[in-house]
Design a binder for this molecule. Structure first.
Ligand code: T46
Length: 137
């Protein structure tokens, strides 16, 4: 039998350390996100009219940050449907578990950085929408 964690979606606002030289943001386990980082990846060079994602995860916890440009993240979980616009490096989207996500409307300068609590594992993905609905019940 497969295991899942409860879906959780939340926008997190980061503290900006700004001075005359510019700005700095620090992301720390236990403050901005609640897990140990085991993997970092980033998505860039996306075409404006493409979308990515279209899957859910069984166990993965992630923090998504648009360090440059902007991108929309549509999330579906537990009967909720919400669109989040990541358009500034001072906020992130925490996504845990059974959340169907789609990233779309990337600007040409968008860089989407993702901190994840586990190494890449294809077996953690649910890529079929009907399977997602079935296991979400
Ligand atoms: C997610 C959203 C936000 C790897 O080899 N290692 C990795 O860590 C990742 C994430 C991907 N890959 C390979 C697997 C595919 O051959 O890179 C290729 C593209 O991956 P995928 O089509 O899954 O990418 P997205 O943009 O649809 O989804 C990604 C993450 O996979 C996913 O976990 O939540 O970004």
């Amino acid at each position: 039998m497969s295991t899942f964690i409860q879906p959780y979606v939340k926008i997190v606002n980061f503290k900006v350390h700004k001075d005359t030289r510019g700005a700095l943001i620090a992301l720390e386990e236990g403050h901005e996100f609640p897990f140990v980082v085991r993997r970092v990846y980033y998505i860039f060079g996306t075409l404006v009219d493409i979308s990515r994602g279209k899957h859910a995860h069984r166990l993965l916890k992630q923090l998504l940050v648009a360090t440059s440009g902007s991108v929309n993240i549509s999330c579906e979980w537990d009967g909720n449907n919400e669109n989040f616009k990541l358009d500034s490096p001072d906020k992130g989207l925490l996504i845990e578990g059974l959340v169907w996500r789609e990233m779309h409307h990337f600007t040409s300068d968008a860089v989407l950085m993702v901190l994840a609590d586990a190494p890449y594992s294809e077996s953690d993905y649910i890529r079929n929408y009907d399977d997602f609905l079935r296991v979400s019940k």
